[in-house]
Ligand binder design. Structure first.
Ligand SMILES: Nc1ncnc2c1ncn2[C@@H]1O[C@H](COP(=O)(O)OP(=O)(O)O)[C@@H](O)[C@H]1O
Ligand SMILES: [Mg+2]
Length: 376
């Protein structure tokens, strides 16, 4: 479905704002630091119950406020629906047509959002954490609830093991190892599958963007080697790795064979990307990873995606901008940001353009002297 209207309150630098998305393309223009990315973030929260900038959703609460509120009006051939998300230090609650939602699954499949942002450069950096999260997003496209549950379970087991390791209470580790092996085996299988789906598409997508060289992507679980295809054999493989690295874990006083230490390796011409790629190549690679995410999201969801393009036009030269636009298909909803209306290029022609100024948003003619009356 399309997000046709959005109301936000106490969200980042917005005390209150209401936006209509009447056309397929909406552009937010304004100087830096005014709230353009914040608005994309609100759209993303409405679709995924997560921020794409902070791990903790409460970071989006406007400074000094208790909690944020987002309401999205969704439209599509099947009619209208209303989603709300509110949250703060106490957690997050979401509703769809007034009914409380347990997870993000239903919203994500109604409005599958994909963000392209300059911060995506981190996907091509030396730390694996952003790439693990990227793979987990893809894994969750098809097995959302179970993957999120397993990741939570793995984190809990890791905390328990770390506590025991810190106290050198190693006799008690065994029961946790069993639990870890079962959960980890499932996580590894889904990550492996997601990495294979990325590997099958990444090079072509990168090349289409004009990236030079041959890129690859591989999943390297912390238990070593390739995950065994059979679930039982995979659990055995993990238990063996735990036994093999037991003394190392005791010395380090922390868990080493856990999903949080899996690596996702990108290589360019056979060498690790952080060493090999120039900044420009890394940027194209990050863009290509999002392009692959978009393609896989399109395939998994029955709904056209919501594309959030943050400063993408100003990041790349003209030719490559043209290729980013190739990612967009008819039926997609696009919301993009730019410093200037002129920078919108061909996307500007059919777009609704809003100006963003210090937590205010309105028609692209400037801010009125007095704020319009507010109502929710
Ligand atoms: N939780 C918050 N409360 C209030 N203001 C915030 C919060 N988080 C970020 N901001 C403000 O939002 C502004 C940046 O908005 P952003 O959307 O990133 O700008 P841009 O228009 O450049 O994309 C900054 O002024 C920052 O101080
Ligand atoms: Mg920004």
């Amino acid at each position: 479905m399309r997000i046709e209207g959005l109301v936000i309150q106490d969200f980042r630098n917005y005390a209150w704002a209401a936006v209509e998305f009447a056309r397929p393309v909406t552009a937010l223009v304004g100087r830096n630091g005014q709230g353009k990315t914040n608005l994309l973030e609100a759209l993303y929260v409405a679709s995924t119950l997560q921020s794409f900038r902070s791990a903790r959703t409460e970071d989006v609460v406007r400074r000094g406020a208790e909690g944020f509120f987002v309401r999205a009006r969704l439209g599509g051939p099947a009619g209208e629906r209303t989603a709300t998300v509110q949250g703060g230090a106490g957690g997050l609650t979401a509703t769809l047509d007034g009914r409380c939602l347990r997870g993000s699954g239903e919203l994500r499949s109604l409005v599958p959002a994909v963000v392209f942002s300059p911060e995506d450069l981190i996907l091509a950096g030396s730390g694996s954490e952003p790439r693990r999260r990227y793979l987990d997003r893809l894994a969750a496209l098809t097995q959302r609830a179970s993957h999120a549950d397993d990741l939570r379970r793995a984190r809990r087991v890791t905390e328990q093991r770390n506590r025991l390791l810190a106290r050198r209470a190693t006799d008690a580790l065994e029961v946790w190892d069993q639990q870890l092996a079962v959960t980890y085996a499932r996580i590894a299988a889904r990550r492996q599958q997601a990495a294979a789906a990325v590997a099958a598409r990444l090079h072509d997508t990168y090349a289409r963007l004009g990236g030079p060289g041959v890129v690859g992507c591989a999943y390297r679980p912390a238990f070593g080697g390739e995950p065994e295809p059979d679930p039982g054999a995979r659990e055995e493989q993990i238990l063996k790795a735990l036994a093999r690295r037991r003394s190392q874990e005791i010395r380090a006083a922390m868990s080493l064979v856990v999903p949080q230490r899996d690596e996702v390796v990108l290589d360019l011409d056979g060498r690790p990307v952080p060493q090999q790629a120039s900044r420009g190549e890394a940027r194209l690679l990050a863009l290509a990873l999002r392009g692959v995410e978009l393609e896989l999201t399109r395939g998994a969801a029955g709904e056209p995606p919501l594309l959030l393009l943050d400063d993408v036009l100003s990041e790349l030269d003209g030719i490559r901008v043209g290729r980013v636009l190739d990612f967009i298909q008819g039926g997609d909803q696009v919301v993009l940001t730019a410093l200037e209306t002129a920078a919108l290029g061909e996307l500007g022609a059919g777009a609704t353009v809003y100006r963003v100024e210090d937590g205010w948003l309105g028609p692209d003619v400037g801010r009125p002297k007095v704020d319009a009356p507010r109502s929710l």
